[in-house]
Write a protein that binds this ligand. Structure first.
Ligand code: BG6
Length: 484
């Protein structure tokens, strides 16, 4: 039998973004405030600011009508620059562009009687602009945000009622963009919910750890049901479209060959793969029963939930890949810790980014092979990239050789995995244009091929400049991954 020699024809090269990190225009054209826009910038770039949300900080955010402390309200003003930005993506030869829709542009309060036409129109225009250049949009329905009102009224995804609000929103999207959007994804990094507020819109940091575990896994159950219902709607409304899930894949290695460490790593991995097990295979895996029991977690289900989940299996598996981690056997492995990243121990064989993320290209090949072996559905790497501090020269150049080296090594491993027989649909690098960091809301953690002139305080001309990596990625796409 033949062994594939490289990237398949029609491979989906492109870049990925999220509404709350690029759009800005947080309070125009009828848009409501989102959970992401209630998160203050971090004081320290190694600290995750997304979990630092309480009821009082939400009240403070609602009262504050400026963007000074809330960089996700400004983004990079894609709302007014989308034509220019998409044109630059087209120049690089993008086949796809991943964006997310801000739920609060469509339903400002999450549960309004009618959708907001101005919000829908904005995405009509963005999709039209993509198609002008033959770029297919890949659309995340919920990327780490939701209308803040749903947090205030019903504590976000902690409430079962949110399923109803969400599926009303998704129905509007599938009807409006039928034949326009071919690739959908339901929840970005659905597993990040285990780390807290991120994406759940549910405030729980005043609860005990056990109560937090209960609330978060219950919230994710609601997302599983909502996602499965959206998959069914999508298939009914637009049978041509494909809809996937999205996992932050975090491969865990054992720190040593001691079987106890290997077992600990296996459990860590199961806690990560739990989400795709549900969304791709359509059922809760058995190994979670024991974990739930030992952690005092009980998932409340309605009689039809299991059937709904089985009927709403995804068409493809989308995932982000940035790093791997290592673990040792310890009693903590079996306990709910409230963190979604396995451990903070350093892998001596790997280098780290300036933000401490362990860079592991071979881990991507391992991940791709494991996914393919386990699930047998097309895989889509919808995020990968290097967050780094870029320096612009006086003549407006950015010599980001480190970014090129990072991406090259990952693409090489993707090619190896394809030769191993893995079915990979596409690759969208994270932040093809500099954007606001998710975890710290910094601007100075840059991922882009395109530099945006804006600093952490929001000062700057917002002008766009091509970095060295822009020309490199253009070449990669033109050669379908051969010329690296
Ligand atoms: C993923 C998210 O976790 O990683 C993105 O889906 C995020 O929203 C990306 O931006 C990189 O993380 P950060 O914190 O460096 O922006």
């Amino acid at each position: 039998k033949d062994v594939p020699t490289g990237f398949p024809k029609g491979f989906l090269w492109g870049g990925a973004t999220a509404a709350n990190q690029i759009e800005g225009a947080w309070n125009v054209d009828g848009k409501g405030l989102t959970t992401a826009e209630a998160v203050k910038k971090a004081q320290n770039h190694l600290v995750l600011s997304m979990n630092d949300v309480s009821k009082s900080s939400i009240e403070e955010a609602i009262a504050d009508q400026t963007d000074e402390m809330y960089p996700k309200r400004r983004g990079i003003d894609f709302y007014h620059h989308y034509k220019e930005d998409i044109k630059l993506f087209a120049e690089m030869g993008f086949k796809v562009f991943r964006i997310s829709i801000a739920w609060a542009r469509i339903f400002p309060n999450g549960n309004d009687a009618e959708p907001n036409e101005a919000g829908l129109k904005f995405y009509d225009n963005v999709f039209k602009e993509c198609h002008k250049y033959g770029i297919e949009p890949v659309v995340t329905i919920s990327h780490y945000e939701m209308p803040l009102n749903l947090t205030v009224q019903q504590n976000g995804w902690a409430s079962r009622k949110t399923i109803e609000d969400f599926t009303r929103y998704t129905k509007v999207l599938f009807n409006r963009y039928r034949g326009v959007v071919k690739y959908w994804m339901t929840f970005n990094e659905i597993n990040a919910i285990i780390g807290g507020y991120t994406g759940t819109g549910a405030v729980d940091n005043e609860l005990s750890l056990t109560e937090q575990g209960q609330l978060r896994y219950q919230a994710v159950h609601h997302q599983f049901v909502a996602s499965a219902m959206a998959v069914k709607q999508c298939h009914e409304i637009d049978p041509e479209a494909k809809i996937g899930c999205m996992l932050a894949r975090m491969q865990t290695y054992p720190k040593s060959s001691n079987p106890s460490d290997v077992r600990a790593a296996q459990l860590q991995d199961q806690l990560n793969l739990f989400f795709t097990d549900v969304q791709v295979r359509g059922a809760y895996p058995e190994y979670m029963n024991r974990y739930f029991k030992e952690n005092g977690i009980e998932i409340k289900m309605e009689p039809d939930d299991e059937k709904i989940i089985m009927a709403g299996k995804v068409d493809y598996l989308g995932f982000s890949y940035y790093m791997t981690s290592i673990t040792t056997a310890s009693e903590h492995v079996e306990k709910f810790t409230g963190n979604f990243v396995a451990g903070s121990e350093k892998n001596p064989y790997l280098e780290t980014s300036d933000w401490g993320w362990q860079i592991d290209p071979i881990g991507l090949r391992i991940t791709l092979n494991e996914f393919w072996d386990r699930y047998r559905v097309p895989l889509f790497i919808v995020e990968n990239g290097l967050g780094a501090e870029d320096k612009m020269t006086l003549d407006h150049k950015v010599h980001d050789t480190y970014r090129i080296a990072y991406l090259r090594k990952h693409i090489e491993q993707m090619r190896e995995a394809i030769k191993d027989g893995v079915k990979l649909m596409g690759y969208t690098t994270w932040g093809p244009i500099d954007l606001i960091s998710f975890s710290t809301s910094e601007m100075s953690k840059r991922y882009g091929f395109i530099y945006v002139d804006q600093d952490d305080e929001g000062n700057g001309s917002l002008k766009r400049y091509k970095k060295d990596s822009f020309y490199w990625y253009k070449k990669v796409i033109a050669s379908n991954g051969e010329d690296l």
